[in-house]
Design a protein around this ligand. Structure first.
Ligand code: HEM
Length: 277
Protein backbone atom coordinates (compact mmCIF):
# COMPACT_ATOMS: atom_id res chain seq x y z
CA UNK A 1 0.00 0.00 0.00
CA UNK A 2 2.70 2.41 1.11
CA UNK A 3 4.93 1.25 -1.77
CA UNK A 4 2.18 2.15 -4.27
CA UNK A 5 1.79 5.64 -2.72
CA UNK A 6 5.59 6.08 -2.79
CA UNK A 7 5.67 5.07 -6.46
CA UNK A 8 2.87 7.49 -7.26
CA UNK A 9 4.65 10.49 -5.60
CA UNK A 10 7.83 9.46 -7.52
CA UNK A 11 5.89 9.87 -10.81
CA UNK A 12 4.41 13.17 -9.58
CA UNK A 13 7.90 14.50 -8.91
CA UNK A 14 9.09 13.35 -12.32
CA UNK A 15 6.05 14.98 -13.95
CA UNK A 16 6.69 18.22 -12.02
CA UNK A 17 10.32 18.32 -13.11
CA UNK A 18 9.39 17.71 -16.77
CA UNK A 19 6.81 20.52 -16.52
CA UNK A 20 9.40 22.89 -15.02
CA UNK A 21 11.87 22.00 -17.78
CA UNK A 22 9.28 22.70 -20.50
CA UNK A 23 8.27 26.02 -18.90
CA UNK A 24 11.91 26.99 -18.40
CA UNK A 25 12.58 26.34 -22.06
CA UNK A 26 9.51 28.37 -23.09
CA UNK A 27 10.27 31.33 -20.81
CA UNK A 28 14.05 31.03 -20.94
CA UNK A 29 14.55 34.67 -21.97
CA UNK A 30 12.26 36.05 -19.25
CA UNK A 31 13.88 33.92 -16.59
CA UNK A 32 17.34 35.09 -17.58
CA UNK A 33 16.13 38.71 -17.45
CA UNK A 34 14.55 38.21 -14.04
CA UNK A 35 17.75 36.65 -12.73
CA UNK A 36 19.78 39.55 -14.12
CA UNK A 37 17.53 42.17 -12.43
CA UNK A 38 17.68 40.30 -9.12
CA UNK A 39 21.49 40.05 -9.32
CA UNK A 40 21.84 43.79 -10.08
CA UNK A 41 19.55 44.69 -7.17
CA UNK A 42 21.53 42.44 -4.87
CA UNK A 43 24.87 43.98 -5.92
CA UNK A 44 23.53 47.53 -5.49
CA UNK A 45 22.26 46.84 -2.01
CA UNK A 46 25.53 45.14 -1.08
CA UNK A 47 27.55 48.14 -2.32
CA UNK A 48 25.42 50.59 -0.32
CA UNK A 49 25.67 48.50 2.80
CA UNK A 50 29.44 48.30 2.28
CA UNK A 51 30.00 52.10 2.20
CA UNK A 52 27.74 52.65 5.17
CA UNK A 53 29.29 50.12 7.47
CA UNK A 54 33.01 50.08 6.64
CA UNK A 55 34.77 52.89 8.54
CA UNK A 56 37.15 55.09 6.48
CA UNK A 57 40.63 55.18 7.93
CA UNK A 58 42.26 58.63 7.75
CA UNK A 59 45.63 57.19 6.93
CA UNK A 60 44.33 55.28 3.95
CA UNK A 61 42.73 58.10 1.99
CA UNK A 62 44.52 60.77 -0.02
CA UNK A 63 42.36 63.80 0.60
CA UNK A 64 41.23 63.51 4.20
CA UNK A 65 40.02 66.22 6.52
CA UNK A 66 41.95 66.46 9.79
CA UNK A 67 41.07 68.18 13.03
CA UNK A 68 44.02 69.73 14.92
CA UNK A 69 43.72 66.96 17.51
CA UNK A 70 43.86 64.23 14.87
CA UNK A 71 46.84 65.87 13.18
CA UNK A 72 48.73 66.10 16.47
CA UNK A 73 48.68 62.30 16.79
CA UNK A 74 50.78 61.93 13.63
CA UNK A 75 53.91 62.82 15.54
CA UNK A 76 56.30 59.94 14.84
CA UNK A 77 56.05 58.67 18.39
CA UNK A 78 55.61 54.93 18.98
CA UNK A 79 55.83 54.23 15.26
CA UNK A 80 53.12 56.74 14.26
CA UNK A 81 53.57 58.38 10.84
CA UNK A 82 54.89 61.96 10.78
CA UNK A 83 52.59 64.62 9.32
CA UNK A 84 52.84 68.39 9.21
CA UNK A 85 50.57 71.09 7.82
CA UNK A 86 51.50 74.13 5.80
CA UNK A 87 48.86 76.73 4.87
CA UNK A 88 46.25 74.16 5.88
CA UNK A 89 47.57 71.41 3.59
CA UNK A 90 48.67 68.22 5.35
CA UNK A 91 51.74 66.27 4.20
CA UNK A 92 53.18 62.94 5.25
CA UNK A 93 56.87 63.67 5.94
CA UNK A 94 57.69 60.29 7.50
CA UNK A 95 60.34 59.79 4.81
CA UNK A 96 62.20 62.81 6.22
CA UNK A 97 62.44 61.33 9.72
CA UNK A 98 66.04 62.56 10.06
CA UNK A 99 64.67 66.13 9.95
CA UNK A 100 61.29 65.71 11.60
CA UNK A 101 61.60 62.72 13.93
CA UNK A 102 61.35 63.14 17.72
CA UNK A 103 64.31 65.22 18.90
CA UNK A 104 65.36 66.26 15.35
CA UNK A 105 65.91 69.86 14.15
CA UNK A 106 62.53 70.39 12.51
CA UNK A 107 60.35 68.33 14.86
CA UNK A 108 58.73 71.64 15.83
CA UNK A 109 56.64 71.54 12.62
CA UNK A 110 55.27 68.07 13.24
CA UNK A 111 51.58 67.43 13.96
CA UNK A 112 50.59 71.06 13.50
CA UNK A 113 50.36 73.99 11.14
CA UNK A 114 53.20 76.34 12.09
CA UNK A 115 53.31 78.11 8.70
CA UNK A 116 54.60 81.40 10.15
CA UNK A 117 57.72 79.66 11.52
CA UNK A 118 58.71 78.68 7.99
CA UNK A 119 59.60 82.32 7.41
CA UNK A 120 60.27 83.59 10.93
CA UNK A 121 62.63 80.75 11.88
CA UNK A 122 61.03 80.71 15.35
CA UNK A 123 61.13 77.06 16.40
CA UNK A 124 60.95 77.49 20.19
CA UNK A 125 57.52 78.83 21.03
CA UNK A 126 54.33 77.55 19.49
CA UNK A 127 51.19 79.62 19.89
CA UNK A 128 48.26 77.97 18.10
CA UNK A 129 46.46 81.33 17.95
CA UNK A 130 49.11 82.87 15.68
CA UNK A 131 51.20 80.00 14.31
CA UNK A 132 49.33 79.84 10.98
CA UNK A 133 48.16 83.47 10.83
CA UNK A 134 49.97 84.50 7.67
CA UNK A 135 47.97 87.46 6.38
CA UNK A 136 50.14 90.06 8.08
CA UNK A 137 53.38 88.65 6.65
CA UNK A 138 55.40 90.65 4.16
CA UNK A 139 54.90 90.04 0.45
CA UNK A 140 58.24 88.27 0.10
CA UNK A 141 57.40 86.00 3.03
CA UNK A 142 54.17 84.95 1.35
CA UNK A 143 56.18 84.01 -1.72
CA UNK A 144 58.62 82.06 0.48
CA UNK A 145 55.72 80.15 2.02
CA UNK A 146 54.33 79.30 -1.40
CA UNK A 147 57.78 77.93 -2.30
CA UNK A 148 57.78 75.75 0.84
CA UNK A 149 54.38 74.44 -0.16
CA UNK A 150 55.70 73.55 -3.61
CA UNK A 151 58.64 71.85 -1.92
CA UNK A 152 56.37 69.62 0.18
CA UNK A 153 54.14 68.84 -2.78
CA UNK A 154 57.18 67.72 -4.74
CA UNK A 155 59.14 65.91 -2.05
CA UNK A 156 56.46 64.39 0.17
CA UNK A 157 52.95 62.93 0.05
CA UNK A 158 49.95 65.22 0.27
CA UNK A 159 47.41 63.78 2.68
CA UNK A 160 44.55 66.25 2.96
CA UNK A 161 43.33 69.39 4.65
CA UNK A 162 43.42 70.68 8.18
CA UNK A 163 40.18 72.13 9.55
CA UNK A 164 41.03 75.66 10.65
CA UNK A 165 41.99 78.96 9.08
CA UNK A 166 42.35 77.69 5.54
CA UNK A 167 39.69 74.99 5.22
CA UNK A 168 36.32 74.39 6.88
CA UNK A 169 35.04 71.05 8.19
CA UNK A 170 33.84 70.05 4.69
CA UNK A 171 37.28 70.79 3.21
CA UNK A 172 36.08 73.97 1.50
CA UNK A 173 38.52 76.85 1.16
CA UNK A 174 37.72 79.58 3.71
CA UNK A 175 37.45 83.34 3.13
CA UNK A 176 40.78 83.61 4.98
CA UNK A 177 42.38 81.21 2.49
CA UNK A 178 40.96 83.19 -0.43
CA UNK A 179 42.39 86.39 1.04
CA UNK A 180 45.78 84.70 1.37
CA UNK A 181 45.63 83.63 -2.30
CA UNK A 182 44.81 87.19 -3.38
CA UNK A 183 47.71 88.58 -1.32
CA UNK A 184 50.00 85.93 -2.75
CA UNK A 185 49.03 86.91 -6.29
CA UNK A 186 49.67 90.58 -5.50
CA UNK A 187 53.02 89.68 -3.95
CA UNK A 188 54.01 87.76 -7.08
CA UNK A 189 53.04 90.65 -9.34
CA UNK A 190 55.00 93.12 -7.18
CA UNK A 191 58.02 90.80 -7.20
CA UNK A 192 57.86 90.46 -10.98
CA UNK A 193 57.87 94.26 -11.27
CA UNK A 194 60.85 94.56 -8.92
CA UNK A 195 62.70 91.80 -10.81
CA UNK A 196 61.98 93.57 -14.07
CA UNK A 197 63.28 96.87 -12.67
CA UNK A 198 66.38 95.17 -11.35
CA UNK A 199 66.94 93.66 -14.74
CA UNK A 200 66.55 97.01 -16.49
CA UNK A 201 68.55 98.98 -13.94
CA UNK A 202 71.33 96.72 -12.65
CA UNK A 203 72.51 96.99 -9.06
CA UNK A 204 75.54 99.19 -8.34
CA UNK A 205 78.81 97.82 -7.10
CA UNK A 206 79.00 98.43 -3.40
CA UNK A 207 81.63 98.42 -0.64
CA UNK A 208 81.94 99.72 2.89
CA UNK A 209 84.88 101.12 4.84
CA UNK A 210 85.17 102.68 8.28
CA UNK A 211 86.84 105.76 6.80
CA UNK A 212 84.50 106.52 3.88
CA UNK A 213 81.27 104.73 4.78
CA UNK A 214 79.34 103.12 1.91
CA UNK A 215 80.66 103.58 -1.59
CA UNK A 216 78.42 102.82 -4.58
CA UNK A 217 79.62 102.97 -8.17
CA UNK A 218 78.69 101.93 -11.68
CA UNK A 219 80.81 100.21 -14.32
CA UNK A 220 79.84 97.97 -17.22
CA UNK A 221 79.67 95.11 -14.71
CA UNK A 222 76.83 95.21 -12.18
CA UNK A 223 77.04 94.32 -8.49
CA UNK A 224 75.88 90.77 -9.20
CA UNK A 225 78.47 90.27 -11.93
CA UNK A 226 76.31 90.79 -15.04
CA UNK A 227 78.12 92.51 -17.89
CA UNK A 228 76.48 95.17 -20.09
CA UNK A 229 77.60 97.75 -22.69
CA UNK A 230 76.75 100.90 -20.71
CA UNK A 231 77.83 101.81 -17.17
CA UNK A 232 75.20 104.42 -16.07
CA UNK A 233 75.03 106.56 -12.94
CA UNK A 234 74.25 105.55 -9.33
CA UNK A 235 70.73 106.48 -8.20
CA UNK A 236 68.52 105.48 -5.25
CA UNK A 237 65.66 103.23 -6.34
CA UNK A 238 63.04 102.95 -3.58
CA UNK A 239 60.98 99.86 -2.78
CA UNK A 240 57.19 99.99 -2.83
CA UNK A 241 57.17 100.74 0.91
CA UNK A 242 59.13 103.95 0.09
CA UNK A 243 61.37 103.36 3.13
CA UNK A 244 64.09 101.15 1.74
CA UNK A 245 66.08 101.71 -1.41
CA UNK A 246 68.82 100.02 -3.31
CA UNK A 247 71.41 101.53 -5.58
CA UNK A 248 70.64 101.16 -9.31
CA UNK A 249 72.81 102.10 -12.26
CA UNK A 250 70.67 104.26 -14.52
CA UNK A 251 71.48 105.06 -18.17
CA UNK A 252 71.88 108.73 -19.12
CA UNK A 253 68.58 109.04 -21.05
CA UNK A 254 66.48 107.84 -18.08
CA UNK A 255 68.02 109.92 -15.30
CA UNK A 256 65.05 112.32 -15.27
CA UNK A 257 62.54 109.59 -14.32
CA UNK A 258 61.14 110.59 -10.90
CA UNK A 259 61.44 107.07 -9.55
CA UNK A 260 65.19 107.63 -9.28
CA UNK A 261 66.54 109.82 -6.47
CA UNK A 262 70.07 111.23 -6.54
CA UNK A 263 72.47 110.63 -3.66
CA UNK A 264 73.08 113.62 -1.39
CA UNK A 265 76.37 115.37 -1.93
CA UNK A 266 77.04 113.49 -5.14
CA UNK A 267 77.50 115.23 -8.49
CA UNK A 268 74.78 114.66 -11.08
CA UNK A 269 77.02 112.75 -13.49
CA UNK A 270 79.38 111.19 -10.91
CA UNK A 271 79.91 107.48 -11.44
CA UNK A 272 80.51 106.91 -7.73
CA UNK A 273 78.81 108.23 -4.58
CA UNK A 274 79.47 107.89 -0.86
CA UNK A 275 76.97 107.89 1.98
CA UNK A 276 76.58 106.92 5.64
CA UNK A 277 73.47 105.43 7.23
C1 HEM B 1 63.63 80.18 8.58
C2 HEM B 1 64.63 79.38 8.83
C3 HEM B 1 64.66 77.92 8.44
C4 HEM B 1 63.65 77.08 8.17
C5 HEM B 1 62.15 77.33 8.19
C6 HEM B 1 64.24 75.80 7.82
C7 HEM B 1 63.49 74.67 7.49
C8 HEM B 1 64.06 73.49 7.11
C9 HEM B 1 63.30 72.30 6.82
C10 HEM B 1 61.81 72.19 6.90
C11 HEM B 1 64.16 71.35 6.45
C12 HEM B 1 63.83 69.93 6.07
C13 HEM B 1 63.67 69.83 4.58
C14 HEM B 1 63.27 68.45 4.14
O1 HEM B 1 62.19 67.98 4.52
O2 HEM B 1 64.04 67.84 3.38
C15 HEM B 1 65.49 71.91 6.51
C16 HEM B 1 66.66 71.24 6.23
C17 HEM B 1 67.90 71.74 6.47
N1 HEM B 1 68.20 72.97 6.95
FE1 HEM B 1 66.89 74.41 7.47
N2 HEM B 1 65.59 75.89 7.90
C18 HEM B 1 65.89 77.17 8.28
C19 HEM B 1 67.13 77.68 8.48
C20 HEM B 1 68.29 76.98 8.36
C21 HEM B 1 69.60 77.50 8.61
C22 HEM B 1 69.90 78.92 9.10
C23 HEM B 1 70.48 76.51 8.35
C24 HEM B 1 71.96 76.52 8.42
C25 HEM B 1 72.65 77.06 9.38
C26 HEM B 1 69.72 75.37 7.88
C27 HEM B 1 70.26 74.18 7.48
C28 HEM B 1 69.56 73.10 7.04
C29 HEM B 1 70.15 71.86 6.57
C30 HEM B 1 71.65 71.56 6.51
C31 HEM B 1 69.11 71.02 6.21
C32 HEM B 1 69.23 69.60 5.72
C33 HEM B 1 69.34 69.52 4.25
C34 HEM B 1 69.34 68.08 3.82
O3 HEM B 1 69.86 67.24 4.52
O4 HEM B 1 68.76 67.82 2.78
N3 HEM B 1 68.40 75.68 7.92
N4 HEM B 1 65.39 73.23 6.89
Amino acid sequence: MFGFVKGLSKYRLAFLLILIAILAKLYQKDIVQLLQIAAARYLNTAANEHTETVPVKFTDTRDSIFTSDQLSTYNGENGAPIYLALLGAVFDVSRGIKHYGPGCSYNFFVGRDASVSFVSGEFEHYDPATADDVLSLKANDLIELAKWQQFYEKEYTYKGKLIGRFFDETGKSTAYHQKYLVLLDEAKIAKAQVDELRDRYPGCNIEWSEAKGTRVWCTTTSGDGKVREWSGYPRKLYNRDNKNFHCACVPEEELSDPMFKPYDKCADRATECFYRV
